[in-house]
Each structure stands twice: as C-alpha cells, then as structure tokens.
Design a protein around this ligand. Structure first.
Ligand SMILES: Nc1nc2c(c(=O)[nH]1)N[C@H]1C(S)=C(S)[C@@H](COP(=O)(O)O)O[C@H]1N2
Ligand SMILES: [Mo]
Length: 198
C-alpha cells in the first residue's frame, strides 16, 4: 500500500502544476496491441544481469500470487487522477523467479512494439509496485494496457509501462522511449522532473 506523506487534504496530493481529473485519459505512442490467443502470442521475459534468464507464459504469469496497491496518477502532461486501485502481481513475486547479479543497478522494461522505459533497480523493487491486470476492480481495457501493465506509484505515469512484456536488468542506466524523446531519466512528480534538463 502506497501512502504519500501528505495525504491529509486532496489539494496536498496534487503536485505542482498538475490539475485533477476524474476521467481516465489514454496516452501512448503507437497502436494498441491486439491479441487473439495470449497463450501463444504473449510471454514475459526476465533477462540481462540475472544468473539464469526466465520466460513465463501468460498462464504462468497469472498463476503468481496477487496483490493490490492504491495510487494517485500524475501524468507529465499535467493531469492527476486520485485514488486508483490496482490489482495484479507484485514486483517482488516476479523477482523471486530470478537471481539478480550484484552489478545490476537499473532496469529497462520492455513493452509491445519495442517500447521501453528505464528506472533505477531500487525504485523498481519498491514495495507497492506491481504488474496490474485490473484497475478499480475491472479488467484493464486494451487501451489502458491489457493484458498487463506496470504500475509504479511514486513516479510520473509514463514510467508505468502498458503492455509490458519483460524486464532487463542493467549495470548502467539507458534511455527508454520517452527518455530518448526528452523526458527525464527519473521522473519524480513532486520535484517536477519532467524533462531531461529538470
Ligand atoms: N507501452 C507503452 N506504455 C506507456 C506509454 C506508451 O507510449 N507505451 N505511455 C506512457 C505514458 S506517457 C502515460 S501518461 C501512461 C498513460 O496511461 P493510460 O493511457 O492508461 O492513462 O502510459 C505510459 N505507458
Ligand atoms: Mo504521459
């Protein structure tokens, strides 16, 4: 469960230069993936700096223990959406399947169509982060990331990869898709780390 230190009033939960919305805007680059059979068209790969790589089928991924997290979404384009309930597989459950090498300090999440996003390993492994298949009790819709999206509550929402298909463990930080296009390597909404120079 993610609880931000300043949850006393809603106003204190909106970072600088953000506006609250009650809708759920859809934002991404490229096409929404379509699947006819997840058992043959989908897999989840853990690779890079691990002792042994692992590839899970959809069935194997969905058989892992589940958890929940509540967060406030802060999109770098300026909208915030409070009190989102996510259900899915906690990162810690997925990480039990591999032995991460000590030199690994960053991860790159790989999503459908080659889309990527980077973050420090220490942020990725924070309690509360999960691979979600449900939002507010309903299955994710295709445009919001079905069948599986990452959710990292403490960073801008672009770090929450939709249609996620794998985790790469890395020694050095590398830019993901939006980071190559000028977004910040880290993305703390409270520090307004929107662009590379922030
Ligand atoms: N695979 C993928 N995930 C992505 C993106 C993307 O382009 N591709 N965009 C990010 C951005 S910029 C935002 S703001 C959120 C939007 O999620 P939503 O459409 O569910 O609101 O998804 C993030 N995850
Ligand atoms: Mo975004």
């Amino acid at each position: 469960m993610f609880i931000h230190p300043s949850t006393d009033t809603k106003r204190d939960r909106i970072p600088p230069n953000q506006k609250q919305t009650t809708g759920f805007p859809v934002l991404h680059y490229g096409d929404v993936p379509e699947y006819t059979d997840l058992s043959t068209e989908w897999s989840f790969r853990l690779f890079g700096l691990v002792e042994e790589e692992v590839t899970l089928t959809y069935e194997q991924m969905m058989a892992l223990p589940t958890g929940e997290v509540t967060n406030d979404i802060h999109c770098v384009t300026g909208w915030s959406k409070l009190d989102n309930e996510w259900q899915g597989i906690p990162v810690e459950e997925v990480l039990k399947l591999v032995k991460i090498k000590p030199e690994a300090k960053y991860v790159m999440l790989h999503a459908e169509h080659g889309w990527t996003v980077n973050m420090p390993l220490a942020d990725f492994t924070k309690a509360g982060n999960l691979f979600a298949n449900k939002h507010n009790g309903e299955n994710l819709t295709p445009e919001h990331g079905w069948p599986l999206r990452f959710v990292i509550p403490h960073l801008y929402f672009w770090k929450s990869a939709k249609w996620v298909r794998g985790i790469e463990f890395m020694e050095k930080d590398r830019q993901g898709f939006w980071e190559k296009n000028g977004y910040n390597m880290y993305g703390d909404p409270w520090l307004q780390q929107r662009y590379a120079w922030d």
